[in-house]
Design a protein around this ligand. Structure first.
Ligand SMILES: C[S@@+](CC[C@H](N)C(=O)[O-])C[C@H]1O[C@@H](n2cnc3c(N)ncnc32)[C@H](O)[C@@H]1O
Length: 384
């Protein structure tokens, strides 16, 4: 099996020699790989290398590495290659002097110490150190919403998406509002009595029975809803605002966006949730963790490429950003006409390929209510 991964072994060996990432990536030996593939593989090899060097059991290395979207069997083979070619040899070569045995590694203890350290760094304003510690903790326990949420509180604003939605309802005062993905009703309940609201979710939670009368709920998938219900007839006209927070897979959000835009007007605003994950493990298509955002973040790069005329900004709210799309055009068919290419291009995009340029990619703006005014929200339509 190791014979099949000479480039992986090459990377691992160069890392062990202390070569920088840039120098490794420039090596002619890696030229057969596309630059983005080489970058992702090098990141993965570094993580495997680190985890194995720290004594992480081989069978526990794979889960956090799945964030790179590398096919399962290939990933297992890469881990084997790094293990067999590098770490193993390194351990065999190092002679352990006789003496007291090292105490066994206690993972819980390490996590507690590191989290306490991260909390101290947050308190003293050392954000970079705190973020690095929290990313390290997510490698140890990618299932922890506590680590993810703390990281998002370090990197994003103090406000969350519910706070910002409440503000958007207050300044825009939409007459007609659509929400996809209602769950417990925490976001749709923000629609004020002057707003006619429609909420769609195939799994409405019990708390939704207590919502006021200006909010109508449909217990079905959004695809079913748009196929069976004339939303403009229900609401009495086109949408002023829509919040898309349903199934967290790219192709579902793409369809929700296409459907919702058809029922908009030039001044409408569409909001997309979870477009700015702060760590890749929750941003994978495959659900690896209890806390999961999926790959709906791909919607922003997709819209920027195929609909460059749209005004797109992502508000830096916890836990994972809120994108505001303006300048909508209900008659535009570009996304529908390019569906096969869009699927082909974005389904296989990996978060590791874009993570470093996310701020620019999503047009990240501060969660500053003084800036997010009615005029700001209506601006692009008036310019058009
Ligand atoms: C993250 S929750 C929504 C949370 C809510 N918007 C809030 O902020 O409190 C996502 C919801 O989408 C729903 N969902 C899943 N697939 C869906 C689909 N195909 N159409 C509509 N909703 C869907 C799930 O049942 C789940 O309740």
């Amino acid at each position: 099996m190791q014979q099949g991964f000479p480039l992986i072994r090459f990377m691992a060996a160069r890392l062990r020699m202390g070569m920088s990432d840039a120098d490794i990536l420039q090596s002619p030996e890696l030229h057969p790989l596309a630059p983005t593939t080489a970058t992702v593989l090098l990141k993965a090899v570094k993580e495997i290398w680190l985890l194995l060097q720290e004594g992480t059991p081989l069978e526990k290395v794979q889960k956090p590495l799945q964030r790179y979207g590398i096919e399962e069997q290939t990933l297992a083979a890469i881990i084997e290659s790094v293990h067999a070619e590098d770490v193993h040899t390194w351990f065999k070569q190092s002679t352990v002097p006789a003496g007291p045995r090292c105490p066994a590694w206690d993972e819980e203890k390490e996590k507690n110490l590191l989290f306490a350290q991260a909390t101290e760094w947050i308190a003293s304003g050392e954000k970079d150190l705190a973020a690095a510690a929290l990313r390290r903790l997510l490698l140890l326990d990618c299932d922890s919403s506590q680590y993810y949420n703390t990281l998002s509180s370090v990197l994003l604003s103090a406000h969350n998406h519910i706070f910002m939605l409440k503000h958007l309802h207050a300044v825009l005062q939409p007459k007609r509002y659509l929400e996809i993905g209602v769950s417990f009703g925490h976001s749709i309940v923000l629609a004020q009595p002057g707003t006619q609201a429609v909420g769609i979710d195939p799994e409405l939670k019990a708390t939704c029975h207590r919502l006021p009368d200006h909010i109508r709920l449909y217990g079905m998938t959004s695809d079913d809803f748009f196929a069976k219900v004339d939303v403009q007839a229900v609401l009495g006209g086109p949408l002023d605002m829509a919040f898309l927070d349903g199934m967290h897979l790219f192709e579902y959000l793409l369809r929700d966006f296409i459907h919702a835009e058809r029922h908009c007007h030039r001044h409408s605003v569409i909001l997309l949730h979870d477009t700015y994950p702060v760590d890749g493990v929750v941003a994978a298509r495959k659900r690896l963790t209890g806390y999961w955002l999926g790959d709906v973040w791909k919607m922003v790069p997709c819209l920027k490429k195929y609909r460059p005329e749209l005004q797109i900004d992502t508000i830096a709210v916890q836990p994972s950003g809120l994108t505001v799309v303006r300048g909508l055009d209900p008659g535009n068919r570009t996304l529908l006409d390019h569906l096969p290419e869009i699927y082909q291009e974005f389904i296989y995009l990996n978060f590791a390929q874009v993570q470093d340029k996310m701020d620019e990619l999503v047009n990240l703006v501060p969660a500053d209510v003084a800036h997010i005014t009615r005029d700001w929200l209506l601006q692009p339509a008036e310019k058009a």
